[in-house]
Design a protein. Structure first.
Lengths: 416, 129
């Protein structure tokens, strides 16, 4: 071993530098948060162990490649833009993003990046870390969804109360209007009989004084016409009064404030009620066909299922760009009862149908609709032990199908 | 001699409802009316031949239930029928079960039905012990 003091000194220096380098690298590697660093043009120079584990890559596979080059599934514009911003402003930045590892698993993360200096004070590139907030985000979404549901349920409850109160107020006068119209009809019949008898008596007597005047008066007052019209007038008015009575009954039935509990329900009847309630939304934009099968009663919360059916009907109507058709079918098999609502509206793309039951997802413009309807409907159906599914074709239409078990979950729960 | 009509009392805070009831019932019964419980009680005191009371329950002031209860205590032979917009309420079910009322008629009523109900209810008073 040559022991040149200069060489020995250099070797010691190199050794110390290596130690220092290894130390620094080990520190970076030991950091439990993924760390990475890139050059000025966005190519990776290196990363730590946590980064490798997160993405399922080795540092070796990373070096000199850009995001695009590593994982084509990973959206890259945002990251590249933030790289450029960091370098341009010479400031750290922090943003939220979605990352996909090589297995295709997605994570919500918060990324922090900062520019670093290379030799001679020139800008070297960007170093960054990110924190996995996937779970936190999911909790946030669930919390918001629950809040949304609570608000919605409270709204429905107070609307139900209001509806019941209004229904009662309308029922009272409708009661005596109908009764009085019937009485009026009977009175008219009797007057008719009397007038006929009078006329027979008067006209039977040729020399009856004032016959001519009476005749003129009868013509002027259009008595013949009135007598023939009274019956119809009364009947048409009774018709109107009955329609009001029925819609009030439907409203009470729909809101079921008096019966927000579980009970045996015939879904065909529930659908009839809900269709009547929704009719004002539907009648101008769609024709409605009902194909109700022979289905058994099921134990359920009719108030909640009515909400689901109303949601589907209103969505169908709103999907129409021109006059279309909505068909409601019910049928059963051995274990389940099915309800489908099919429309000839504009339909949805596959991307949309995949997300249609997500809370807060909506295709309606800002301010219209909360996007809560279908997610709550799906939730209600699930709580009944059933499921809701959708099939759609753009330009053709959409069909939602609700399946509910005949031997309902609620029934089983009640029995246990 | 003309058969005398049975006398009945109708109580409801809405005069229009009383007028409508009177119209359809006057061919079959002698109809007395009151718009509140105090007047109704007064009429009961001075008309011993009243055989049936038809009363709304939801009224401002003293409720129809109180009138029916008072009637049950003081004139147990009088048939009591409740007229109500909430036939399915717990209160109503209890009233029926406890015998406070013989029957419940819901609003809006059907003319034929109300006439038959009253006739039937009166026919059974002879059997009641």
């Amino acid at each position: 071993m040559s022991s040149n003091p200069e060489e020995h000194g250099e070797r010691q220096l190199a050794e110390r530098l290596n130690q220092q380098l290894r130390f620094t690298q080990e520190i970076i590697n030991a950091i439990p948060t993924p760390v990475f660093y890139k050059d000025r043009v966005g190519h990776y120079i290196g990363c730590n162990r946590a980064f490798e584990q997160f993405f399922g890559l080795t540092q070796h596979e990373l070096i000199n490649r850009s995001i695009r080059g590593i994982n084509p599934m990973q959206p890259h514009e945002l990251h590249e833009r933030m790289d450029r911003e960091c370098l341009a402003t010479n400031q750290p930045c922090r943003y939220e993003a979605r990352l996909i590892n090589v297995e295709g698993k997605t994570f919500d993360v918060i990324v922090t990046k900062a520019p670093y200096l290379a030799d001679k004070g020139k800008s070297g590139g960007v170093v960054g870390t990110f924190t996995d907030i996937t779970e936190r985000k999911q909790s946030e979404i669930m919390f918001q969804q629950m809040q949304g549901q609570i608000v919605q349920q409270e709204k429905m409850a107070s609307i139900g109360q209001l509806a019941a109160g209004v229904a009662h107020e309308i029922n009272n006068p409708m009661g005596f209007i109908t009764s009085n119209l019937t009485s009026l009809g009977k009175y008219a019949d009797r007057l008719d009989e009397y007038i006929a008898a009078l006329q027979q008596s008067i006209y039977g007597c040729e020399k009856h004084p004032g016959l001519e005047e009476l005749d003129k008066l009868r013509q002027k007052l259009k008595v013949d016409y009135i007598i023939s019209d009274i019956r119809e007038l009364v009947n048409e008015s009774l018709d109107g009064a009955n329609r009001v009575r029925r819609i009030v009954q439907d409203l009470k039935s729909f809101s079921r404030v008096d019966q927000a509990e579980c009970c045996r329900t015939n879904l065909n009847e529930a659908l009839e009620t809900t269709i009547n309630i929704a009719w004002n939304e539907l009648k101008y934009i769609a024709t409605l066909d009902k194909k109700f099968g022979d289905i058994p009663e099921i134990v359920c919360y009719p108030q909640q299922l009515n909400q689901v059916f109303l949601n589907l009907l209103v969505n169908s109507a709103q999907a129409m760009e021109k006059l279309g058709n909505i068909t409601v079918c019910t049928w059963r098999d051995e274990e389940s009862v099915f309800v489908s609502v099919a429309d000839t509206g504009k339909g949805m793309t596959e991307d949309v149908t995949k997300r249609i039951f997500d809370p807060f997802f909506t295709t309606k413009e800002a301010g219209k609709g909360t996007g809560l309807g279908l997610s709550i409907s799906a939730d209600i159906v699930r709580k009944h032990g059933g499921e809701i599914s959708v099939k759609s074709e753009v330009g053709v239409g959409t069909t939602f199908t609700v399946r509910l078990p005949v031997n309902s979950l609620l029934q089983q729960q009640a029995a246990s | 001699m003309e058969k005398e009509l049975v006398t009945i009392l109708c109580v409801d805070d809405e005069p229009n409802i009383l007028a409508a009831l009177k119209r359809i019932l006057r061919d079959y019964f002698n109809v007395l009316t009151a718009t509140n419980v105090e007047d109704g009680a007064q009429i009961l005191k001075i008309n011993p031949d009243i055989e049936l009371v038809l009363s709304d329950h939801h009224m401002p002031g003293v409720s129809g239930f109180d009138l029916l209860t008072w009637c049950h205590t003081n004139y147990p032979h009088i048939v009591r029928i409740a007229l109500t917009g909430y036939p399915d309420s717990d209160q109503m079910r209890l009233a029926l079960r406890s015998g406070l009322v013989r029957q419940i008629i819901s609003k809006p009523w059907d003319d034929e039905q109300i006439i038959n109900s009253i006739k039937t209810a009166l026919r059974h008073t002879g059997d009641a012990s």
